[in-house]
Design a protein around this ligand. Sequence first.
Ligand code: AKG
Length: 236
Amino acid sequence: MTTVAQQLELTGMAHVRGLLTDTELAPIRDELIRLHRNFNQLPNSVNKKSDDNKEAEIREISHLVKQSPLFQKSTVFSKCLQLAQEIFDRKPHYGHDEAIFKAPGGQPVDWHQDQTYSKYDKDKQCVSVWIPMQDTNKDNGGMQYVVNRKEQLLEHNRVTADSFMYRIPTDLLEEDIVTLSPDMTIGDVCVHTPLCIHRSHPNNSNQTRIAWIIQFNKYGKARFLRLSNLKQYFNG
Ligand SMILES: O=C(O)CCC(=O)C(=O)O
């Protein structure tokens, strides 16, 4: 049987079925729904981004683990940490986390590689665990992964000048890409690497699609630093 680590090595992503139970997810889901309902009133201490209240916008709230023990002490968090431990074969470090809310009618999140959001050199040292709060698929904003390309960081542009999201220009994506849109049942998670090209489908359902995404890394921040990023701190 292929392990999750082997699957990541092969395709850059892995669909892990039945990792979590609905009971374990329920308190996380309830809190995310509550935060989303109060999105515009959330205090400045909460890290949030949106497409500026466009219709059917995509919203993000990050650093939930740092905000509240409800997230940090949850079984969902500890099971995902355990999964990352199995993948790395050593105790992982928490990197960051965010929840993404895609309203009914919400547009796709465009093709991108997570590596582009970070100045750190992370490939093969990080994994992101995508945890949906409901069944997800290609019809309600579920994920889509390119499973036959994974070794190269492609050029990205901002989706629009003022957007918080980046995308790969379509002409840089080869026509022969092979993609997978997992049909995920509640309790399933998908894991992907920083170079895995992925996006999410439009949300054609009448329910907001909610996912919590946690990134774990193998060594902690210090080991990600590129020499080129450090040069600015030295004279000459
Ligand atoms: O949840 C989504 O719609 C997109 C998530 C994503 O692209 C990511 O986790 O990098």
